[in-house]
Design a protein around this ligand. Structure first.
Ligand SMILES: C[S@@+](CC[C@H](N)C(=O)[O-])C[C@H]1O[C@@H](n2cnc3c(N)ncnc32)[C@H](O)[C@@H]1O
Length: 345
């Protein structure tokens, strides 16, 4: 009988079948995931985590009350010109703040499922909506991944994620799944992860969730900013008030549970971006973190995002310091990048 050993190439098949088994319910039709390594003998990434596409509620974090979920009463597919679609109305509140050029937008997706402006959150239709899940244009991430990817061992950055087909600009790549934990818990865990130099935590600190930014809207946009601030305050008053008072922000930790997106490495000029997508969790502070391409990506290119968040300064009306979110692995990524630089490539 063959002895069990970490270099056994059959382990790769077992790892892949675990991925398949654990995602059968969530993404039965999802594109393929493969693994390859020409750097050393490791057949697959370390088996230190449970594979899941879901966001799991960690210690001290409650799932919001689903009965408070706001849905639309549309029949068939939702329309970007509807006068009564509640999801469209919620989405528009954000675009209105951006200025007149957003007036025509409607949803944050076009008919091909591409995100229109990744600096704004997406409010997808949800379980409470009357629209058809198969045809509604506002349910892109719920329909799952469409592009093949490969997890590949890189010479300097550990494992990374690569495109295995061309991916058009602004397309959905996958959800950053893991445990949803409080900020306090994330600080405790950071100390531990920093000791071995790999961190898989992503803080939900989107610009529209920050109190300071909200006050800024108020000043910058007068009545529109005031009504937007009120809208966000109202969203905050949804289920779990005391929980949010105690924990103004949450973190997704993909160390113990996560999917292939936990292997996405940092780049200062990334080809992907994280977009906050609100679906079946009623509380505005707990969006899904969805990875979309920021530009067209060619087959075999490494997929990366910025661990520092994306600067929204390109849109001057949004101010000067607001970021879309940040990954706690940025310190290690920086330190390792510096070591690589000093050692030479
Ligand atoms: C979310 S993990 C990414 C997957 C990781 N490469 C692995 O093998 O598990 C984040 C860690 O990857 C490494 N990393 C990410 N981007 C990097 C970069 N640009 N240069 C060097 N190391 C990087 C750092 O160790 C960081 O803490």
């Amino acid at each position: 009988m063959k002895a069990w050993c970490s270099k056994d190439p059959d382990l790769r098949d077992v790892f892949l079948s675990i991925i398949q088994q654990n995602t059968l319910n969530d993404e039965p039709d999802a594109a393929a995931i493969t693994i390859s390594n020409t750097v050393d003998d490791d057949p697959c990434p370390p088996w230190e985590f449970a594979y899941t596409n879901r966001v799991l509620y960690g210690h001290g974090v409650r799932r919001g009350d689903k009965s408070k979920l706001q849905g639309c009463g549309c029949v068939g597919g939702c329309s970007a010109t509807s006068a009564s679609c509640a999801c469209l109305h919620r989405q528009r509140r954000f675009f209105q703040l951006g200025g007149n050029d957003f007036e025509d937008y409607g949803f944050n997706y076009n008919a091909d499922g591409q995100v229109l402006d990744y600096r704004f959150p997406v409010f997808e239709c949800n379980d409470e909506c009357g629209c058809d899940p198969e045809t509604c244009l506002n349910r892109v991430t719920q329909r799952g991944r469409r592009y093949d990817i490969e997890i590949i061992k890189t010479p300097r950055k550990g494992w990374g994620v690569f495109a295995k087909s061309d991916i058009p600009m602004h397309s959905f790549v996958g959800v950053y799944s893991g445990e949803l934990i409080t900020d306090k818990e994330s600080h405790l865990r950071s100390d531990f992860y920093d000791r071995f130099g790999r961190n898989y935590m992503f803080t939900l600190d989107m610009w529209y969730l920050k109190k300071k930014a909200r006050r800024k809207y108020h000043k910058m946009f007068g009545a529109a900013g005031q009504s937007f601030q009120q809208f966000l305050e109202d969203e905050d008053k949804q289920p779990g008030d005391e929980e949010v008072d105690q924990n103004p922000s949450f973190t997704v930790d993909a160390f113990h549970a996560g999917n292939f997106t936990r292997f996405l490495n940092h780049c200062c000029d990334p080809n992907c971006v994280i977009v906050a997508v609100h679906i079946d969790e009623p509380h505005i502070r707990k969006p899904h973190l969805c990875i979309f391409t920021r530009r067209a990506v060619a087959c075999d290119e490494e997929l990366t995002f910025s661990y520092f968040g994306i600067d929204v300064r390109a849109r001057p009306s949004l101010g000067d310091v607001w970021l879309i979110g940040s990954h706690a692995g940025r310190r290690e990524a920086n330190e390792q990048a510096a070591r690589i630089f000093h050692r030479g490539r």
